[in-house]
Design a protein around this ligand. Structure first.
Ligand code: SF4
Length: 392
């Protein structure tokens, strides 16, 4: 049996043709699944009986199994989905006035190993399939429509961010059909501006995404220089900041927005000093030369959500505000992310889920000597040296 959530509309048309059906039947089928949330082929009344019989015999629409659901005081919902073999992934719905954002996972665990990320602490287990990525949206959309009593045509999810567990661009082949289904007018009909892929900086895949499916892009920067970013986001050793920003500039040639969102997690005493704000400003502005042309961007400062193993602390609010002020006074639109779903550990960086530590990464780290982040001399003092727990 094939899970039809695996197919974008083009692939579904090919599959229908293999079944001896005309390609336009795929559009009808696609609409039933993704616009009406229907999984019962018998209820798909505009499909010929013979086609419905074939579907019953050879296909299915498989939702993810809900292991748990938690609802925070602020209305944020976190689903833990069981994806089999001991793996689980998390999906978070964030309601706001006039919009509903769904944060979707792309992998069970993550191999990138950012030091401030709870998911990274769990190690990497496996890539999700397209069907498992789409099923997170399918489940949330139609479950919420039912609970909220929405009429046909009304949507619960208006925005999708690929910011859950995993590095989406390290699961590229499964990601892109899922994005196409989200964007498809016969599917979820989300505009490219309302679908955001967040990456830690997989440069070659950023370039491919620009050509294949240019949705909005967020880049997790977290440091203004390579020395610190090497420690916080180890992928930086492979794709350093200059290469990352050059790729981000290339992305803007096709991007649906005229800016890249820069994500910057505020870590107490690590990356949050006024001097580091100035360095970030200089980095993003550039000097207008070919060597440093600057980047059209806005910055999103993320209060760190501490978790036991990280060894890191959240920057005080006043320091975050001062950091933001430097950027804003320098002409860069800067927002401070409101923390949501704290009480159910659904906030950014807390999506550790129940993923098994298959790579024994925690065990290995416990045996290893602690890694210390080098601070600028001006900030180095007994209280400021930080041995960060790894986030990912
Ligand atoms: S923050 Fe880093 S480790 Fe965590 S999920 Fe994203 S890429 Fe992976």
């Amino acid at each position: 049996m094939v899970n039809l959530l695996q197919f974008d509309r083009g692939a579904l048309a090919e599959w229908c043709e293999q079944q001896g059906e005309q390609a336009f039947r795929a559009t009808q089928l696609f609409r039933w699944i993704h616009q009406r949330g229907e999984r019962d082929f018998a209820a798909m009344s505009n499909l010929a009986k013979s086609f419905r019989d074939k579907l019953v015999a050879s296909a299915e629409v498989v939702d993810l199994a809900v292991a748990s659901e938690q609802v925070a005081e602020d209305g944020t919902i976190k689903w833990l989905f069981d994806v089999g073999a001991g793996d689980a992934v998390e999906t978070v719905f964030i309601p706001e006035t006039g919009r509903g954002t769904l944060c979707i996972s792309s992998q069970a665990g993550c191999a990138v190993n950012c030091r401030f990320c709870a998911t990274g602490h769990q190690g990497f287990s496996r890539n999700l399939t397209t069907a498992e990525i789409v099923a997170q949206l399918w489940h949330a959309e139609f479950e919420l429509r039912r609970r909220l009593g929405l009429r046909e045509g009304e949507r619960a999810i208006t925005n999708v961010v690929m910011m859950g567990m995993g590095e989406p661009l390290q699961n590229y082949s499964q990601l892109v059909p899922a994005l196409r289904t989200m964007l498809d007018d016969h599917g979820y009909g989300l505009s490219r501006r309302r679908v955001t892929v967040s990456t830690s900086g997989v440069v070659p895949m950023m370039d491919r995404l620009r050509d294949d499916c240019p949705v909005a892009l967020a880049v997790s920067l977290h440091a203004p220089d390579d020395a610190l970013r090497d420690e916080l986001v180890p992928l930086n050793r492979k794709y350093p900041i200059a290469e990352l920003l050059a790729s981000a500039r290339r992305y803007l040639e096709r991007a649906p927005r005229d800016f890249i969102t820069i994500e910057y997690c505020m870590l107490d005493g690590v990356n949050d000093s006024p001097a580091q704000a100035e360095a970030l400003l200089a980095l993003l502005h550039g000097d207008g030369t070919a060597a440093a042309p600057g980047l059209a961007c806005k910055v999103n400062l993320i209060p760190f959500n501490p978790f036991a193993a990280s060894g890191l602390k959240r920057s005080p609010a006043a320091r975050v505000a001062a950091f933001a002020a430097v950027l804003q006074e320098g002409g860069i639109v800067t927002t401070i992310r409101k923390t949501r779903g704290d009480d159910i550990a659904a906030a950014c960086g807390q999506l550790a889920g129940e993923v098994q530590d298959r790579t024994r990464v925690v065990e290995r780290r416990a045996r290893a000597a602690p890694v210390r982040v080098a601070l600028p001399a001006s900030r180095r003092s007994a209280g400021e040296a930080v041995a960060p727990g790894r986030r990912s």
